[in-house]
Ligand binder design. Structure first.
Ligand SMILES: *Cc1c(COP(=O)(O)O)cnc(C)c1O
Length: 394
């Protein structure tokens, strides 16, 4: 199976190439040319495997150019109890009637980003080997908080790589700042930026697509790649835990075989919820995907109206990982929902860059409303909800 660009459906690259490159030369994002299917029997079987085994099995459908041995090496290196505080890698806690919390925070940095960033360095270095590329990979990361530390931790002292993290100087929590600026490793650089996360992300994107810089790197035997969720190697690992959580709920008798579940995802760059959408398209019984936002509610409005409008104040909140006005991975979803219309995607994202606004077609609006619901809340309600859940359910 090949991968193509959301801005050029004619492009074809292997998954190794997509992961090594991070983003397509045309500025588009890599997407699988078709979404592989997973059967109920296969979903069930994942429940009997270790997390690493289940991951290797699901990856074999998505990264078809990787050998079984390569996938085994990547998943077993990442998903071990040497790195995660629980042998099952994730935990599911039962909150109340029919409501569960999938705990993705048992990795080394306490951020759910560890789920993908612990394995990305292995996927990336394996990809380079497969492609017979002997360059040093320079990872550029824009972070609104959690990604930076999780990426630094994943790549620290990984041979053949170097990593540079850019964060908004006033946009991350004190703990996140300290986690990043105290990172060990001979190949790590951390840089604070005057601006917000979107400025960081736009800056990184601009560096990526700058030919002069690219040539300079090439002459020095280096190449860029990305550890942000624009990289397919970040997204694919996130599909795994939705499937594994479903099969565990089924195995534990919490849900019936084939029962449809709703998934609520706190959303920023639209990576995590997009992975849930991919899981649904692969065949996981999912009813609604519920996109939860903080006071930066550009996605709430978009899902409810079909108009994406970033012309609004950027609000710094207590959930900085969700302080985002331009959600990169929405491009992948819209590419799928528009029937892989690369022309429309170029048009919409051109308008977004120019005027900060675009409106999708009636057909895309309909599909959005059939698959997604959206809501948002401010800091006060966030705190009140955390307190209420803690008081009631510990
Ligand atoms: C990264 C992150 C998010 C946002 O996830 P996206 O995949 O960017 O939508 C939300 N909450 C926390 C705690 C995060 O670390």
């Amino acid at each position: 199976m090949f991968y193509k660009s959301t801005r050029n459906s004619g492009l074809k690259v292997s998954s190794a190439q997509a992961i090594a490159q991070g983003i397509s030369e045309d500025g588009g994002l890599f997407v699988p040319e078709e979404i592989p299917a997973i059967t109920m029997e296969e979903i069930k079987s994942v429940g009997d495997m270790s997390y690493a085994e289940g991951a290797a099995f699901i990856f074999s459908k998505l990264l078809t150019d990787f050998t079984e041995a390569e996938l085994k090496y990547c998943t077993e290196s990442a998903y071990t109890d040497k790195k995660f505080a629980t042998a099952d890698i994730t935990e599911i806690s039962h909150l109340f009637d029919g409501t569960y919390v999938l705990e993705l925070w048992h990795g080394p940095t306490c951020a759910f980003k560890d789920m993908a960033l612990q394995i990305l360095p292995y996927l990336l270095t394996t990809s380079l080997k497969k492609l017979d590329v002997h360059k040093k990979v320079v990872i550029l990361v824009a972070t609104s908080g959690d990604t930076g530390k999780a990426a630094l931790e994943g790549f620290a002292d990984v041979e053949g790589t170097a990593i540079m993290v850019f964060y908004p100087q006033d946009g991350v929590s004190d703990m996140q700042k300290r986690q990043m600026t105290t990172q060990d490793g001979g190949n790590v650089t951390v840089c604070a930026l005057k601006g917000n996360f979107d400025d960081c992300q736009n800056g990184v994107k601009a560096i990526f697509t700058d030919d002069d810089i690219k040539n300079k790197l090439e002459n020095g035997g280096m190449m860029f790649s990305s550890a942000n969720s624009i990289n397919w190697g970040r997204l694919a690992p996130q599909i795994i835990y939705y499937i594994s959580a479903y099969s565990r709920l089924m195995k534990d008798g919490e849900i019936k075989e084939g029962e449809k579940i709703n998934i609520v995802v706190p959303t920023g760059n639209f990576g995590n919820i997009l992975a849930a959408y991919y899981a649904k398209r692969m065949g996981l019984p999912v009813n609604m995907l519920i996109c939860a936002s903080n006071a930066n509610n550009v996605l709430t409005d978009f899902i409810n109206t079909g108009v994406y409008d970033r012309n609004r104040d950027f609000i710094t909140t207590i959930s900085p990982s969700m302080d985002i006005l331009i959600s990169s991975n929405l491009e992948r979803l819209l590419y799928i929902l528009s029937g892989e219309n690369d022309g429309l995607i170029k048009e919409w994202f051109g308008e977004l860059a120019k005027s900060g606004r675009y409106e999708v077609t009636e057909d895309v609006k309909k599909q959005l409303s059939e698959n997604f619901k959206a809501g948002c809340c401010d800091d006060e309600r966030t705190k009140a909800t955390i307190k209420a859940v803690y008081d009631k359910y510990s």
